[in-house]
Each structure stands twice: as structure tokens, then as C-alpha cells.
Design a protein around this ligand. Structure first.
Ligand code: NAP
Length: 299
């Protein structure tokens, strides 16, 4: 049976450190971190995420501002709001919740956020810094940064000699995760929808990270005995056993089956998910610390 990592507990310890550093930043430099979260439209899942982020920012002692814009918001109006937030000295982090309604283009909006306020780590400057090995000068995308904290909990800082496989090659997760693993000296493979014999590729991994968006795709015989398995997927599936019309969240890993083979495993929910929001708080604190000319803590 594998050890199941409690992401909530690890996230809570990150949040504790953010709270302490926020208090000393305010005391010693007179600066309170500010996070602005922007949401457009009525998607209930996005509203739930944004609400949780805004609440957590308050709990951390930040100035927390939420802009809720109507579904029919124009590209120009959204761009103008980002410009205002870019220029606001009380705001150190800007997050535009994705996905945006279909009539809006996300990419120009993301790229218009000032890189030093891009706490989602999606700006090309931040992605580029990570890709070129600058792990401390930019802001790293929250979910891979959080998944990496979990990997470090198990294996420490140095992954020399370990092989890692990341399933998924998105800019949001797969690519930055592979870069972080490689930077920590893992020998890293990125697998995707065109990979031949994915199961065989996965079986080579000492650290297997699944970020696909396909419920319970990773089976027990895809996993090397004793491997660390990080499940990033969030999939809502029907759960008739809970009653008519009920649903539940599952990951990309068949948890019950893989639990018998893996050494360490993250659950869904309660694994990587809570780390994402914790790292958003960490990134906002890092951005604010830099404005105050202080060396930010490392998470
Ligand atoms: P994405 O942009 O849709 O990327 C999915 C990746 O999976 C793509 O690279 C795709 O390959 C690959 N893929 C799809 N089908 C595959 C298959 N049958 N075999 C192998 N690879 C396959 O998704 P994402 O944004 O990276 O997110 C992935 C998952 O993580 C989703 O479930 C999402 O909800 C979850 N997520 C969770 C958090 C969190 O906070 N926990 C944050 C972000 C994302 P191609 O490139 O070849 O198409």
C-alpha cells in the first residue's frame, strides 16, 4: 500500500509561512501584499475557485480585491482593467481566471499583465525565465510549483539518478513541470497524446506525473512498483452510487488500483489542488517582497 500525501496539510504549512512572511513584510517594510483576481462571466466552477482564492488572500493578510465582470464584457474593457491593475502600486499580483468566455481572447490579456505581477506564471517572460534556468528571478506557474513541493517532500531537493515522466505538455502545467523536474536533476520524459505505448513509458518512471484530463487513465500496470505518482487531473464524473444526478471528482490516476503498486500517491481531491492556491499566495508574497527590495522566501 502506498503512502498517500495529504496535500491539504502541505498546503497549510505553505500558507503558514506566507502568513508569517506577510506579517514581517508589513512590519519591517510597511508593505502589504495585494492580490487582484478578475473573473468574467458566470461559470460556477470558476466562481468557486475565485472565491476560494480571494478568501485565502484575506486569510494570509493580503489586500484582496475581486473584480467580477459580466459575461458580455468586451476585450477592450478587460484589457483596460488589466492596465489599471498594472499601474496600481497596491496590487502586486494579478490573476485573470481562465477559461474566459468564448468571445474573449485569453492570450493577449495574459501577455498584457506586467510579468512582475503575473502570479499565475503564464507570461512569456516568466515561462522564458524558467525555460532558461532562472528558477528564482521570475514567477513559476502555481500548479507545477505546488506539485514540485510535493515531489521535494518525498525525494528532497536533488533528483539525481531518478527518472521522471510527465504525461501532458501544456504551457500551464506539463512543460513547466518537466522543466522543474529537470532542473532538480531528474531525467525527464514528456509524454502526450502521440506517445507510442504510453503504459511502457510510464512504467520507467520513478516519479510519474499525470496531467491529462482523462478520468482514471493511469492504471496499476502503468506504474513501476514503489514509484511516486502525482495526480494533477481534475475530472468530474457521474456518481450514481451517491444518488441520482450526483457527481464526484476523480484524477487522471485510477487511485484504488494504483494505491497497491505506488510507493507514494496524491489523492484527488486533496492532493495537488490545495497546493495550487497555496502557491498563488506564495507567488503574491514573492512579488510584493521584490517590490520592497527584499529577498523573497523560497517555497
Ligand atoms: P490540457 O492543456 O488539455 O493538456 C492535456 C495534455 O494531455 C496534452 O498535452 C495532451 O496531449 C495530453 N493528452 C490528452 N489525451 C491524452 C492521451 N490519451 N494520452 C496521453 N496524453 C494525452 O490540460 P492541462 O491544462 O495541462 O490540465 C491537465 C489536467 O490537469 C486537467 O484535468 C486539469 O483540470 C488539471 N489541472 C489541475 C490543476 C490543479 O489545480 N490541480 C491545475 C491545472 C490543471 P497533446 O498535447 O498531444 O494534445
Amino acid at each position: 500500500m502506498s503512502i498517500v500525501i495529504d496535500g491539504k496539510q502541505v498546503a497549510a504549512s505553505v500558507i503558514d509561512r506566507v502568513k508569517q512572511a506577510t506579517a514581517s513584510l508589513e512590519q519591517e517594510a510597511g508593505l502589504r501584499p495585494g492580490l487582484a483576481v478578475v473573473i468574467v462571466g458566470n461559470d460556477p466552477a470558476s466562481h468557486a475557485y475565485v472565491g476560494a482564492k480571494s478568501r485565502m488572500a484575506k486569510e494570509c493578510g493580503f489586500t484582496s480585491i475581486q473584480h467580477t465582470l459580466p459575461e458580455e464584457t468586451s476585450q477592450e474593457a478587460l484589457a483596460a482593467l488589466v492596465e489599471t491593475l498594472n499601474a496600481d502600486p497596491a496590487i502586486h499580483g494579478i490573476l485573470v481566471q481562465l477559461p474566459l468566455p468564448k468571445h474573449l481572447q485569453a492570450e493577449p490579456i495574459i501577455q498584457s499583465i506586467r510579468p512582475e505581477k503575473d502570479v499565475d506564471g503564464l507570461h512569456v517572460v516568466n515561462a522564458g525565465k524558467l525555460a532558461t534556468g532562472d528558477l528564482t528571478g521570475g514567477l513559476v506557474s502555481c500548479t507545477p510549483a505546488g506539485a514540485m513541493v510535493l515531489v521535494r517532500q518525498v525525494h528532497g531537493e536533488d533528483l539525481s539518478g531518478l527518472s521522471a515522466v510527465v504525461i501532458g505538455r501544456s504551457n500551464l502545467f506539463g512543460k513547466p513541470m518537466a522543466t522543474l523536474l529537470t532542473a532538480a536533476n531528474a531525467t525527464t520524459t514528456i509524454a502526450h497524446s502521440r506517445t507510442r505505448d504510453l503504459a511502457a513509458v510510464c512504467r520507467e518512471a520513478d516519479i510519474l506525473v499525470a496531467a491529462v484530463g482523462r478520468p482514471m487513465m493511469v492504471k496499476a500496470d502503468w506504474v513501476k512498483p514503489g514509484a511516486t505518482v502525482i495526480d494533477v487531473g481534475i475530472n468530474r464524473i457521474e456518481a450514481p452510487e451517491r444518488g441520482e444526478g450526483k457527481t464526484r471528482l476523480v484524477g487522471d490516476v485510477d487511485f484504488q488500483a494504483v494505491e497497491a503498486v505506488a510507493g507514494v500517491l496524491t489523492p484527488v481531491p486533496g492532493g495537488v489542488g490545495p497546493m495550487t492556491i497555496a502557491m498563488l499566495m506564495a507567488n503574491t508574497l514573492i512579488a510584493a517582497s521584490r517590490v520592497a527590495g527584499r529577498t523573497p522566501p523560497r517555497f
